[in-house]
Design a protein around this ligand. Sequence first.
Ligand code: FAD
Length: 494
Amino acid sequence: MTQPGIRRVVIAGGGTAGWMAAAAIARTMGRTVDLTLVESDAIGTVGVGESTIPPLVTYNRLLGINEAEFMRETQATFKLGILFDDWKQRGERYFHSFGITGKDHWSAGFQHFWMHGLSRGHLQPYDDYCLELRAALQGKFAHLPDDRMNYAYQLDSTLYARFLRRMAEQDGTIRIEGRIARVDLDGDSGDIAALLLDSGERIEGDLFLDCTGFRALLIEGALHAGYDDWSHYLPCDSAIAVQTESVRPALPYTRAMAHDAGWQWRIPLQHRTGNGIVYCSRYLDRDAALERLLGNIEGRTLTEPNILRFVTGARRRQWHRNCIAVGLAGGFMEPLESTSIHLIQRAILRLLRLFPSTGISPRDVAEFNDQQHTDMLQIRDFLILHYKATERRDSAFWRQCAAMPIPDTLDQKIELFRETGRVFRKNEELFAENSWVQVMLGQGIVPESYHPIATKLRDDELARLLTGLRDHTNATVDSLPEHAAYVANYCGPA
Ligand code: FAD
């Protein structure tokens, strides 16, 4: 059964989520909807969010955004992956890059050929076969033909929201400044009827997007959609962020440095560096966390510490009645793999595909919730992997992580890889085989065997394959310019 058509779309909240939604809906749905966004400058936004993953490139292209202009406006740099320090063991590091490593065969990933190579005396590390990884560590970047270099951005998400706001307003979005004081429900249906502002203004709508951040004013405050708490799997519950001046040319990667009760990020933008510490408050108090953060930054601080608390988990129903949670209102998982802005993008694109122009169908709602939930569970499993597969036992925090029970889905993935070297990507999973292999190897999970197809290669064929791939990677990396110089040249003056 469907209800009357949806014309008035109201977005509550104007952080990255609110303006990403407004820009996309305004650009793609045009005048078929009336789009209003309410935000409160006095409340402000969460003020963090800098590291992203490659689908954002596609999102921006979909909106017709000029990349050089976008990068100039958001002070963005290119990102080729994440360098993980001290996760497997103190003093050890590994890189999770975008792109692919080596060359897959239809029946077996490159890791099988690489492992066979190890047994035949080709001892070069797996990393040597990945273009993005090698380029990142040498601080190099360029756009390559056919998008051969897979990349994302490191950006200032507050500036990104501002950039998108301009677009959305040009495309007809009405912005209303004010604090939402109350959410009115329809007495008969129980749907949201209107938002009441402090000023007394009443904003009615047919469909509401809750982009009010951790407050989740509509989806939880008014509609009580429920929340699944996942902190037993991902025990960090606090973060402190601080921005510093840049002291070196920006590198094309993010750093995630583990400490004894969590980890610390460092994200180089054009005009500054983003830093933050993520920690478990059971093992580290706020003052000690702040001291640790400030003791491990480079350059002068530019901002006061931004102190944040969170409960890792997901809203049980992301779409409930006539309200859809987008962004932090829908849940939060720590930014270890830079997935939050991506989840915003997925929710928006999903909404556009399932847009209820002729009324809200329970089938659409169920499909949306199922897809969004699957995304979140898959990302959750990938994040847990970083904590569970550790050899660290030097603190109570890491001992807890190593001992914790994990979801069966993750256990199957880890054990399959450990036994056979195999990894499979299911249901359009965000993180593909390359990501799982790099992180599992990086965290010290070593396969006990590999696919027999790799042994079909004669020794000279295997040598030619491996040497050829390495030579090609080396030659390409050698030809690339320095990342920081490339960004400066690419963005140029306006
Ligand atoms: P917010 O930015 O909080 O926006 C909420 C909006 O709602 C604001 O405009 C506010 O004014 C408005 N609002 C709230 N209440 C009211 C009211 N009563 N009346 C009117 N308006 C109201 N993501 C990544 O992808 N990469 C990262 O590296 C990354 N790092 C992060 C680090 C930390 C520590 C945290 C906590 C998050 C990080 N994120 C990251 C997530 C990212 O910051 C968010 O996903 C993104 O900024 C979207 O936030 P939001 O728009 O949902 O919420």
